[in-house]
Design a protein around this ligand. Structure first.
Ligand code: GDP
Ligand code: CA
Length: 323
């Protein structure tokens, strides 16, 4: 492969943004063009009259260097004056904090949407404020917010299940109403078709990567691209690194193991997605099981502790694509 591969990344929010920082670092070092990052919009929601796109905002803020690295979400140094006022009005959700700076983003986005811009055009406009070093695309322009069905028959928005209930209500299904009629955002299929390597970030396989793959046309584009498709395990040593992805995996009948997640994505030769899969050193014993499924396995450190460590992961992925 060339020193300047064309890279497409599929990504969710926090894991996706850490990974994207590493991709940017690796490509800058190579003098390669910016990656295209296809971002999950299954977490999106309307709240207090504004449109929230949590995974997009996580990636924009992280690439811009304005994210709150301590809390792990939102803007650094944010305040909550408007949030207190909303709560005094009984508006919004009392368990869902909207920071003041963050609300500025949501207001700008909502205004542009109401002016008639598509989510893709809104993201393009948002990408002009800071030099992000990556080309961001939403997975789709359609609104396909995730609904979680839980054991007692209730259903709620993903954000309520995740943030209010901390994923403690046993899920029976994740649904993205309308997704069967959704289309990939303009440029997504084209970018996948033109890529040399497609990287699946170590994002939540069910509620971050899952919705992206569920947009009709994206899975097909991955199946037919001449690019090599390499996934990175979000599971290290049989555990999720952070978040509640294990609960999501259990709900769809997938074990919380790096090999099981690789099996869930499947080998390309069998109609699945993966040519290669990066496993953590802690999971080296699973490499034969992954290989046995027809997926090339690479064992390397998978802790995204900083951009340099993550860039090293990306280099392993690019080497795997070359092999
Ligand atoms: P969200 O949309 O904010 O929930 O974030 P993502 O879906 O993009 O990423 C969440 C996933 O990232 C979790 O399932 C974690 O296991 C995974 N993750 C977080 N940090 C790391 C890390 O340092 N290494 C690896 N391999 N996975 C990580
Ligand atoms: Ca997310």
């Amino acid at each position: 492969m060339t020193e300047s591969p064309r890279i497409v990344v599929l990504a969710g929010g926090v894991g996706g943004s850490k990974f994207t920082l590493g991709v940017r670092e690796a490509l800058v070092r190579r003098g390669a063009p910016e990656a295209t990052v296809v971002v999950n919009t299954g977490d999106d929601l309307w709240l207090s009259g504004v449109r929230l796109q949590p995974d997009i905002d996580s990636i924009v803020y992280a690439l811009a260097g304005v994210n709150d690295v301590v809390r792990g979400w939102g803007r650094a140094g944010d305040t909550e004056r408007v949030n207190h006022e909303l709560q005094a009005w009984g508006a919004g959700w009392p368990w869902f904090t909207l920071g003041d700076l963050d609300l500025g983003t949501h207001l700008a986005r909502t205004g542009w949407l109401r002016d008639g811009l598509t989510p893709t055009q809104v993201l393009e406009r948002m990408s002009r404020r800071w030099p992000l070093g990556a080309h961001l695309l939403p997975m789709t322009d359609a609104e396909v917010d995730t609904i979680v069905h839980v054991r007692d028959g209730a259903a709620m928005h993903f954000q309520e299940w995740w943030t209010r209930h901390r994923a403690t209500l046993e899920p029976t299904a994740f649904e993205n109403p309308g997704i069967a009629a959704a289309q990939p955002a303009p440029g997504v299929v084209e970018a996948i078709a033109a890529a040399d390597v497609v990287l699946l970030a170590p994002s939540n396989p069910v509620v971050s990567i899952g919705p992206i793959l569920a947009v009709p046309g994206i899975r097909e584009a991955l199946a037919t691209t001449s690019a090599t498709v390499v996934g990175v395990s979000p599971i290290i040593g049989g555990r999720v690194v952070r978040g509640m992805a294990d609960v999501c995996l259990t709900a769809i009948g997938v074990e919380t193991s790096a090999a099981a997640v690789a099996g869930h994505y499947g080998a390309r030769r069998d109609g699945g997605l993966l040519d290669a899969w990066l496993l953590a050193e802690e999971d080296a014993a699973l490499a034969p099981a992954v290989e046995g499924r027809g997926i090339r396995s690479v064992v390397c450190p998978l802790w995204m502790t900083d951009a340099a460590a993550t860039a090293a992961i990306v280099e392993h992925a690019l080497a795997a694509a070359d092999a």
